[in-house]
Every structure is written in C-alpha cells, then in structure tokens.
Design a protein around this ligand. Sequence first.
Ligand code: ZN
Length: 285
Amino acid sequence: MDCHTAFLQGRGPQSVLKLTRALRAIFGSLSGVNIEPVACLSDNFAYLIWHDGTRKALVVDPSEAAPVQKALQQRELELCAILCTHHHWDHVGGVKELCEGHAGLPVFSSDHDVTRIEGVTRGLADGESFEQLGLRFESLKVPGHTLGALAYFVEDAVFTGDTLFGAGCGRLFEGTPAQMHASLMRLSALPGSTRVYFGHEYTRANLAFARSIEPENGAVHTRLQRAAATKNGTTPSTIEEERATNPFLRCAELSVRAALGEGFVAASEVETFAELRRRKDSFRA
Ligand SMILES: [Zn+2]
C-alpha cells in the first residue's frame, strides 16, 4: 500500500505528509495555485481555483451563478469544472445556469448525490482521485451534515463544505453524531498546515460558542479578537488552528467534557460531540 492509499483509508497525518511530499515530487511546487473565495447569498463561499499562467478555473460550491460569472470575467478566466460538496441548494444553486453556458462541463459530487444534484457528470467514491488544471484532487467522504457530504483535498488545501466550519461544524441533517464525529476526525488528521476552505462565514458566532465551552482557552480568545477585527471573511483557516480552537474537534479534551457537566468527564467522544452539537443548536451569543 502506498502512502496515498494509506491516507484514503484514514491513516494518520504522517502518511498524509508523505503523500504531500510525493505529490510535490510528481506535480512540482505548490506555488502558483490561486484559491479565491467568492461571496454568495448572505454568508456562503464559492471558491475559484486556478493555476498561474492558465486561463481555466474550477469552482467549488457555486451557490448562485451571477457572482461566480462576474468573478470569472474580472479575472479573464474560463470555467472548466464544478466541484460540489453536497446537495443543499445554497451550495449548488448555480450549477444549472453555469452548465448552460458551458456545454460538456464536468460536474463532480459524491456518488451518493448524483441523483440529488442536477447536472452531475461524475459521482466520486471515497478516496477517488481525479485531475483538473494539472492538480490532483482527492475525494474524502465526510457524512454527517448530509449523507453525501464530500470534502476535496488538493495540494495543501481542503474544501469542507458544511462539514467543518471555522471553529464549528454543520448541523446533523441526515447523519448520526457518530458519523459526523468520525468525519471531523478524518479532517482533523490532515496535516496541521492544511488550509481549510469552509462553506459559510459563521466563524465569529462559532467562536463565541467555543469561548462559552472553554473560557480558559487562550487560542479561542486570540482567534475571536482576530475574527472580530477583520473586515474580510475568515476563510481559510488551518487544520492546526481548528484543532486548537474548534470544540467539535476537541471532544477528547477534559476541559471540553468538564464544561458539559460531571456526567461527561467519563463519556465517549461521540457522546461528548452529540451534547456539544445539541447545545450549539440552541446557543445564542
Ligand atoms: Zn448544507
């Protein structure tokens, strides 16, 4: 088994580091890849990905077509593929219109979502890879928010849709707490330097919740101050930053368990995660 396969089977970050080095050896330096958020709807992010020296671009999660088309025009880019993290309308609402202007456009999603997203041309199994723009993308199934949720890992970046947010995670619309916790642990096992491109700008509200759970966590306070001061969005974060500040990745920490009450000190990580998610659902800063 090569290190790439080991990563896809959920092995540790060391395997991923080896993978990253191997991919760099094959595909060259990480420099020259541009990833730019495109604000959509009230708080969604679509993302454009393109390579220096080319005029072709991918888009991840086009919630609506108009802002994506405008961003492409401004940068004189031509759309060459669409990547969908899951079937919710606020992530795929622009797919049909974008396809109408680009005959034969490849549209990727989880194989689970092929019948739920109009226009998908390729459904991906867990761990499948594909190439676009000379970059190798890996699919990582992360069920929980929805059963078809997929993250895309490329170079040193991961697109997490509504699974992992800045300092938070998505609601459980279709999956179980055990599924979502396992999905978050897979993402948390990526190299700490991996940039996390998430689907919504919820970071400040999420950090307010994180502070209520871990008031002694200095990294949460620092990140909250930084998030409050920025006029731009908070995307991307890094896996390292999420491990330090995101309570949903910190279910093994005694500080998180103790905050939930004595009964959770000896609880499982999944039980702790489920209680955190339940409390976040009704939390008001
Ligand atoms: Zn969603």
